[in-house]
Design a protein around this ligand. Structure first.
Ligand SMILES: NC(=O)c1ccc[n+]([C@@H]2O[C@H](COP(=O)([O-])OP(=O)(O)OC[C@H]3O[C@@H](n4cnc5c(N)ncnc54)[C@H](OP(=O)(O)O)[C@@H]3O)[C@@H](O)[C@H]2O)c1
Length: 328
């Protein structure tokens, strides 16, 4: 008889949790049972999922007593820190979307197209990387394998959905200084060079995440990386300009072929026909779209590219579900 898997969706009422449910509906995995958790605030919410009404439950220390095979956590770092170890101690494999465990030495940080083998190193918790890092490393991995990356300059254009449901409301409501729910300034008609908190060195935590997580996922602690992360008034899908310097020279057509043939990448690079990656194209997709691929003439062995991906799907929910599928 086939085994039935039990999957807990923690943060089921949030943007990532609801998208995870949508992705799971699309996949309709056989032999799966689900339970939906959230905070006390929205416990009791009815969510239609796979043709049934599910009632969300408050997450408590006893939630995992009944035995789960997997839990996808999308409920912030504090919740993960408190409840993920409880779940893991009860035999459940946790895939966590927060930044709580990403840089822990003994916790794998996984993008299935890049470092699936690291899944086997887990002791009950696997970290899902930051949304902006995921789409970048999907593009960078085949290029690093072929030409060896020396230095990366990231400049991001990140959608408000990356800041959760409150961020989305600040844009959709055109909120002004006195009624903002998430951002320090209006995001409507604005770009904010400020994602997550500022660190002592003048960078934001989001910029630190991109730098540190890229090195960990690629297994290349020596790559020089700098980043500027910017919130833009786009509902969903992050755009990124990536400047890459390689150890070795490359052929531009070969770079395009490599990316075109890479798992999880869709090449959209016909500038003469106005064809390049856009948020409106990537929205709802699990692929990373890449284009505007061109040589950086200011420096040897250097390249510019532009990539766009759905930050809630590939940047969070879908990547987590793909990790779970690899384990099945
Ligand atoms: N949005 C993105 O693009 C993205 C990408 C990558 C990673 N992430 C990460 O994914 C996580 C969720 O992000 P989001 O955008 O979905 O945020 P969100 O829309 O604000 O949703 C947060 C979810 O967490 C739940 N929650 C909060 N405190 C809880 C608690 N003590 N116990 C149980 N559930 C609790 C909320 O439940 P209530 O409804 O009861 O408040 C809600 O379901 C965050 O860690 C975020 O950093 C987000």
């Amino acid at each position: 008889m086939n085994k039935t898997y039990k999957l807990a969706i923690v943060g089921a009422t949030g943007l990532v949790g609801r998208t995870a449910l949508k992705v799971l509906e699309e996949k309709n995995l056989p032999n799966f049972e689900y339970k939906l958790f959230c905070s006390k605030k929205s416990a009791g919410t009815t969510i239609k999922f796979l043709g049934k009404d599910y009632i969300t439950e408050e997450l408590t220390e006893n939630s995992f007593d009944e035995g789960f095979d997997f839990a996808i956590f999308s409920a912030g770092g504090d919740t993960a820190k408190k409840f993920a170890p409880i779940a893991a101690n009860k035999g459940c494999t946790v895939i966590d979307n927060s930044s709580a465990f990403r840089m822990d030495e003994d916790i794998p940080l996984v993008v299935p197209e890049v470092n699936p083998e690291d899944i086997n190193l887990n002791h009950g918790i696997i970290a899902n990387p930051n949304c902006s890092t995921i789409q970048a490393v999907v593009c960078l991995k085949p290029l690093d394998d072929k030409y060896k990356i020396k230095r990366i300059v990231y400049s991001t254009y990140q959608a408000v959905s990356g800041a959760g449901k409150n961020g989305l409301e600040d844009l959709l409501n055109h909120s002004q200084e006195n009624d903002l729910k998430k951002f320090p300034h209006p995001i409507y008609n604005n770009c904010l060079p400020h994602i997550d908190v500022f660190m002592d060195d003048g960078y934001t935590k989001e910029e630190h995440k991109m730098i540190n997580e890229t090195r960990k996922i690629l297994g290349r602690k020596d790559i020089k990386i700098t980043a500027t992360t910017v919130r833009v008034p786009v509902e969903n899908c992050h755009g990124e300009s990536i400047n890459i310097e390689f150890e070795n020279d490359f052929d531009l057509d070969e770079v395009k072929m490599l990316l075109k043939n890479s798992n999880g990448v869709i090449l959209l690079d016909e500038p003469q026909n106005d064809v390049y990656p856009l948020a409106t194209i990537a929205n709802g997709s699990d692929s990373v779209y890449v284009g505007r691929i061109r040589r950086d003439f200011s420096q040897e062995n250097s390249l510019n590219l532009w990539c766009v991906a759905d930050n809630i799907r590939k940047g969070a929910a879908s990547n987590a579900i793909q990790i779970m599928e690899k384990m099945l």
